[in-house]
Design a protein around this ligand. Structure first.
Ligand SMILES: *Cc1c(COP(=O)(O)O)cnc(C)c1O
Length: 445
């Protein structure tokens, strides 16, 4: 490990060498292409990947900051937003923007709610947002960045937002109520209709975080699965987030934030008219925006169409069903709550599932460890259709192996995760995470 600044190579490396080198760097990466990972990558095959690369490459230099210069990007972005609004139950008033990802979409929705309250309810000095404990940390990041107080409400026994407890947490300082469709940890859909009714009655905006579900649930429903209402069809829902770079199967760096109408969205925008560089306007966090993320999203939506997304959704749901049934059949393992699409978690009363994750990792499978309650996370994509049997047979063997070990005798990563999940001083755990992030930027040989 080298410390300190690293000089540029004195002489540049030829194209072929540099590409060979960067491909070689990948050898110790998680193998997502063969369906070994259960988070982070949403892969739907080589054909779609080639389309994304080509579409992204076409616009690799264009800048989404300048719609006047690039009418092409302006048109594609408007199409993408309008198609997303249609999918999510929007009428002609629903508007939105593309962002770099779910976190940016959520940052924008929270900032918009704060500034809407500043304009319409100026008596609020210390704005609060009320959210279920299962909501994504991006809301806490937004509260941290924009000076709001988050009020996290424990979820109900079914792991969905507890409507009565959420209602009770609302004070006169509340500027935003949050629900997820579905939640990332357990894949359950919060009672959006009930939450939105409370929001409407108390005249508070309501955000539905459909980052992971926004581009899958509409198709799952169309396939006949009973999906409760979660989108703009529900009165009281004022904003939504949906990630193109998840089940939209776009390139990384693309998401959507939508608002019920233009009056709300206006509080998202930033403009500055007195800069020597000219009149400046920027709708979202980013200044320069990669044209490729926009063109790739436009390309994949037009290439797949409803038919293509339905076909992928059907594969994903069949794969999920087989995995959930297989996991439930393994002694000691159970699925948490009632997951509605392709994201779920499983736990155990008898086995140490962190030790199970370690055993699976030794066989090349990457499962995310969750906490409160301790469980393992699954996010199913078309890449997993071919690995159901091998995954389940490895899981069965690993579960038997872990069952033979005294749960108090676990070692290695499982012991560390177990400690981190249960240390009462969460501030100390946060410090561990900060230290870990510091290490990321150290130059390695
Ligand atoms: C992924 C996700 C986010 C955050 O999105 P990023 O693209 O990782 O920034 C927010 N909410 C939910 C429910 C998610 O699944």
């Amino acid at each position: 490990m080298t410390e300190g600044p690293l000089p540029l190579p004195a002489r540049g490396m030829p194209t072929g060498d540099v590409l060979a080198r960067l491909r070689a760097l990948r050898t110790s990466d998680a193998n997502w292409k063969d369906g070994k990972t259960w988070s982070l990558v949403y892969y739907a095959g080589e054909e779609l990947t080639e389309l994304l690369k080509a579409a992204y490459g076409e616009y690799i230099h264009e800048n989404g900051l300048g719609p006047m210069a690039f009418h092409s990007l302006q048109k594609m972005e408007a199409d993408v937003i309008a198609m997303a609004a249609h999918l999510l139950g929007g009428d002609g008033d629903v508007v939105g923007n593309m962002t770099s990802g779910g976190s940016e979409s959520i940052l924008m929705a929270v900032k918009t709610a704060r500034d809407l309250a500043r304009a319409e309810r100026p008596a609020i000095a210390a704005p609060e947002i009320v959210l279920p404990a299962s909501a994504h940390p991006a809301f806490l990041k937004a509260a941290h960045y924009f000076g709001l107080k988050p009020l996290r409400v424990p979820v109900a026994a079914d792991l969905r937002a507890d409507v009565a407890a959420m209602a009770a947490a609302i004070t006169e300082n509340c500027v935003l109520l949050v629900g997820s469709a579905p939640s990332y940890p357990h894949g359950v859909i919060d009672p959006i209709r009930e939450l939105a009714a409370i929001a409407a009655e108390r005249k508070i905006p309501m955000h539905v975080d459909s980052c992971v579900g926004g581009f899958l649930l509409p198709f799952v429903r169309k396939l006949g699965h009973p999906i409760p209402d979660f989108d703009f069809a529900v009165p009281g829902v004022t904003s939504m987030s949906a990630d193109l770079h998840k089940y939209g199967f776009g390139a990384k760096g693309s998401s959507i934030v939508l608002y019920r109408n233009r009056q709300i969205r206006r509080h998202q925008y930033f403009a500055f008219a007195d800069w020597s560089g000219g009149i400046y306007g920027s709708p979202t966090m980013a200044g320069t925006r990669p044209g490729g993320a926009i063109s790739a999203a436009w390309a994949v939506m037009n290439h797949l169409g409803e038919e293509g997304y339905l076909k992928l959704a059907s594969t994903i749901m069949e794969t999920t069903k087989a995995l959930m049934q297989g996991i439930s059949a393994i002694p000691g393992l159970c699925i948490l709550g009632r997951p509605e699409m392709s994201v779920f978690a499983f736990a155990s009363d008898t086995l140490n599932v962190y030790a199970l994750a370690d055993a699976m990792e030794a066989r090349g499978w990457f499962l995310d460890r969750q906490q409160q309650p301790v469980c393992l996370h699954m996010m199913v994509t078309p890449a997993h259709a071919g690995v159901v049997q091998s995954f389940l047979s490895d899981l069965r063997e690993c579960a038997a192996q872990v069952a033979a070990v005294d749960p108090d005798e676990v070692t290695g990563a499982a012991a560390l995760y177990g400690a981190l999940a249960t240390i009462p001083d969460r501030g100390a755990v946060q410090d561990v995470v900060l230290d870990f992030m510091d290490e990321w930027t150290k130059v390695k040989e």
